[in-house]
Design a protein around this ligand. Structure first.
Ligand code: SF4
Length: 236
């Protein structure tokens, strides 16, 4: 089987524990206003690879992975190509690698379940806590994401939840408290993280001739985020 891949990162440190080989899948059904990877949106873009080809690349770095590193599927949305993602992670597990996915959790549950069978860690974006915000800023659906998160709990897969904090949109104590409340219902939750909104992606938008919807919004200030961290740190 072949999958559409946008890029690889050989020694990633942000997408899971340890040092990781990160596979950025091509294609995403959402349009998050703060997306840093608009080049992954187009489902017909990217390059076709077999899972065997990708696994061979990843295994070249196995000696760097140590005890807890491994392979992470990111994107784009890796669950959009769920059959291919499942095949790739099945091979990775057979080769003794720790496996993780970074996902927005918007895939169909059957496809997601096939991938989760071979997943050691789910890193999920819970982008907002209301349907209205999901619709307005991501063209997404909160209910669908919550169904996916419940599936990870039912399958007992360790879960990290992340949210990008965007000034004037979700940078209030009430929003952080709503996130904390929503996240702790998942007993498999290991981490809840806040990521500051950044605009490092502006050049990509310019190159693709796509207007960046949050152009006028300032980047998130780390110090201003501390009270929000204090709220979500109550989670465990
Ligand atoms: S889910 Fe990720 S890749 Fe897709 S639009 Fe949102 S931020 Fe971008």
């Amino acid at each position: 089987m072949q999958g559409r891949i946008n890029a690889f990162q050989t020694l990633g440190t942000l997408e899971g524990p340890g040092i990781r080989f990160v596979v950025f899948f091509q294609g995403c059904p959402l349009r998050c206003a703060y997306c840093h990877n608009p080049e992954t949106w187009d489902m017909s873009g990217g390059t076709l690879y077999t899972s065997k080809e990708i696994l061979e690349k990843a295994l070249r770095y196995k000696s760097y992975f140590g005890e807890n590193g491994g392979i992470t599927l990111s994107g784009g949305e890796p669950l959009l190509q769920s059959a291919f993602a499942a095949e790739l992670l099945r091979g990775a597990k057979a080769a003794g690698l720790h496996t993780a996915i970074c996902t927005a959790g918007t895939s169909d549950l059957e496809g997601a379940q096939a991938v989760l069978e071979y997943t050691d860690l789910v890193i999920a974006d819970l982008k907002f806590t209301t349907e209205e915000e999901y619709r307005q800023y991501c063209r997404g659906n909160l209910k669908r994401v919550l169904n996916f998160l419940h599936l990870t709990r039912q399958m007992g897969i360790p879960l990290w939840i992340r949210q990008v904090i965007v000034p004037t949109i979700n940078d209030t104590p009430a929003s952080a408290a709503a996130l904390q409340k929503m996240a702790i219902q998942f007993s498999n939750l290991e981490r809840l993280e806040l990521l500051p909104f950044r605009k490092l992606c502006l050049e990509k938008y310019d190159a693709l001739n796509i207007p960046f919807p949050l152009q006028a919004i300032p980047e998130a200030d780390q110090a201003a985020m501390q009270p929000l961290w204090d709220i979500v740190n109550n989670c465990k």
